[in-house]
Design a protein around this ligand. Sequence first.
Ligand SMILES: *Cc1c(COP(=O)(O)O)cnc(C)c1O
Length: 283
Amino acid sequence: MTKTTDTALADGDLHRPASAALTPADIDRFGPDPQRSFAANLAEVEARVAAACARAGRARGEVRLLPVTKTLPAQVMRLAYAAGIREFGENKLQEAQTKAAELADLDARWCIIGHLQSNKAKYLARFAAEFHALDSLKLAAELDRRMAAEGRDLPVWVQVNTSKEESKFGLTPEALPGFLDALGDYPRLRPQGLMTLAVFSPDPARVRPCFQLLRRLRDAAQTSHPAITGLSMGMSGDYELAIAEGATVVRVGQSIFGKRPGSDAHYWPGLIPAPPSEREQGR
Ligand SMILES: *Cc1c(COP(=O)(O)O)cnc(C)c1O
């Protein structure tokens, strides 16, 4: 093999999807070469995850990094895929469903991480690999029925509201034990663990107790439900803290894909790359 060929392969140019499909708005938000920036950001997050594991005396293999692709257009998700991402975390079912249809040729796992109404269970059952926001028995019953119809099982995480904020979904800690007992009636659901969103705050003293509470609830649940081992907690602003407190899945979007426009962009400056348009203009 010649040196020239090696270089071409190392650059990945041969496998690079045409970026011609990018719209001006995509370039404004993600820059001219999203694949390259995603790969660089991903490497940075990977390094931080590894360092957080090391500090906590945990093996890197104990923590899974779930990339959150919500609000990314399908053509941009192709570039995320080209950067090596094989799991797509999405919080809105309709958006995920549309993009999954558009990207059906990719070998990727679709992970629904946001609240779901029970009348949408049948759509989730058709394409989702897992569900991180189970919070009602009505939804559990509907998902179980729909998964049976599809002839497969669904790994689920039970969402707990650990911050007592009205704006957040999830069971109260008090309701959790009875809920887990009742889940036994739904054999198509395979409970993996608990999930939470901590308070959105840069102050670790406010965030940490949410993670600690989820961990205590998990530990308590394990005596009667040994399958409940996982802790899906931590996002761009707090995943290192979550790993210190025992997270087994961290759901990270903006630190990989850049700041999200809009109302759900919980923005932690310094941790999240600003959009190229803002960097250039020094906004
Ligand atoms: C958006 C979202 C995340 C990721 O948030 P980032 O700030 O992009 O890292 C994690 N979990 C849930 C449930 C989300 O909706």
